[in-house]
Design a protein around this ligand. Structure first.
Ligand SMILES: Cc1ncc(COP(=O)(O)O)c(C=O)c1O
Length: 392
């Protein structure tokens, strides 16, 4: 079978491929194509493979659960769901003792928006320019990028304020505002770090005006920025946190956490999901949480992230195409003065390194937290060569 041709014919239309590469296997930080060529995955398959590909602990948990029980509707209790829910609440901030289990990031965002409306009895949302929250109609309403929204209007009522502009937030949050939704570090649009002033202004204004604060930790959660959750960097206490990506250790999973006060307004059937919280997803999620904790990966992300940024700075010193190198933990951006697309393509096809864009000029690196120092060196040298070659 010509896999690329079949995918283009049947699934094409919403995808943007970077070459005819067909990936068939993954192990640790590496993925392998159908010809056996290997690639260092510095994108973690869109930020998901935080434990690398096919982490033995997660793989074993999925296999064991697949032979035991794969489905259990939420009108029955389940051992794995309870164990996972407890383990997840144990790593979340204490003021968020409840979670809803879903299947993706956008689904987690939609659920959080619904809970905010239910709790506040208000209709509207405030989000940030350049924020990304997903593609379902609810999540798309608070996502900023005009080209993603075009063609799908009207969406939910949402105002987008300049990211890191506290005065703009002050003007936008009003009586109709059910919630403000923000990323602490904006991923898709360039690894833009939220200032403590802006984030805390959002929290204070929400509290003063009866709106809720939702933090989208879908990309930043589970150690990506060097702490379990990015809110820990500034001591933020949102009313809801959305999670996905690293949550299931590679298994599709989403979730959002919420406060006791929100729990009090919920009634049976207020929200639901057929597949959300399946025993197999929960077994994967439980193994993933244990791996993050037992392998010390959260601290490792902070240390290796700082080291990787320094190594990048050294390797790219004096390269005029590079405008900035920034990030938090193992969430790193190399901002260029030119378009990033040719760098991404050359990195993958010539140098065997997979990376991500974040907007038109930013190379985004979200390496697995299990990456070794020698793999970081290999990746950094490849990035430096790919950028220098394009400059030449
Ligand atoms: C911050 C953020 N929110 C939401 C989403 C949407 O998640 P999903 O693609 O699982 O729906 C993403 C995905 O990239 C994301 O980075």
């Amino acid at each position: 079978m010509n896999y690329a041709e079949v995918e283009e014919r049947i699934l094409g239309g919403t995808t943007a491929r970077r070459g005819d590469v067909v990936i068939t296997r993954g192990e640790g930080c590496w993925v392998y194509d159908a010809t056996g060529k290997k690639y260092l995955d510095l994108g973690s398959a869109q930020g998901v493979a935080m434990l690398g590909h096919c982490h033995p602990r997660v793989t074993a948990a999925i296999a064991e659960q697949a032979e035991t029980l794969t489905l259990c509707p939420n009108y029955l209790y389940n051992d794995k769901r309870a164990e996972f829910a407890q383990a997840l609440v144990d790593v979340l901030p204490e003021h968020l003792p409840h979670v809803f289990l879903a299947n993706s990031g956008a689904e987690a965002v939609d659920g959080a928006l619904k809970f905010a409306r239910l709790f506040t009895k208000r209709p509207a949302f405030v989000a940030a320019t350049k924020g990304f929250h997903g593609r379902t109609l609810g999540a798309l309403s608070v996502t900023w990028e005009p080209k993603y929204r075009e063609g799908f209007l009207p969406l939910l009522e949402a105002t987008h304020v300049q990211f890191n502009d506290a005065a703009a937030l002050d003007k936008a949050i009003g009586d109709p505002t059910a919630a403000v939704i923000l990323e602490v570090v904006q991923g898709e649009s360039g690894v833009n770090v939220g200032t403590p002033d802006f984030l805390h202004a959002a929290q204070r204004l929400c509290r003063e005006r009866g709106a809720l604060l939702i933090v989208d930790e879908i990309q930043t959660g589970f150690g990506r920025t060097g702490t379990w959750f990015a809110i820990e960097h500034t001591g933020l206490e949102p009313d809801l946190i959305c999670m996905a990506k690293g949550l299931g250790g590679g298994f599709p999973m989403g979730a959002f956490a919420y406060t006791r006060a929100i729990r009090e307004v919920l009634t049976p059937g207020a929200h639901g999901s057929t597949f959300g919280g399946s025993p197999i997803a929960c077994a994967a999620g439980l193994a993933a949480l244990e791996a993050y904790r037992d392998e010390g990966l959260i601290r490792r992300s902070a240390t290796l992230g700082a080291q990787m940024r320094n190594t990048l700075r050294g390797a790219l010193e004096g390269v005029t195409a590079v405008r900035d190198i920034r990030g938090l933990g193992l969430m790193i951006a190399v901002e260029l003065r030119t378009k990033v697309a040719p760098v991404l393509k050359s990195l993958m096809l010539t140098h065997g390194v997979i990376s991500l864009p974040a907007g038109p000029t930013v190379l985004r690196l979200l390496p697995p937290l299990v990456i070794s120092e020698s793999e970081i060196d290999f990746g950094v040298q490849a990035i430096a060569r790919a950028i220098k070659e394009l400059e030449a």
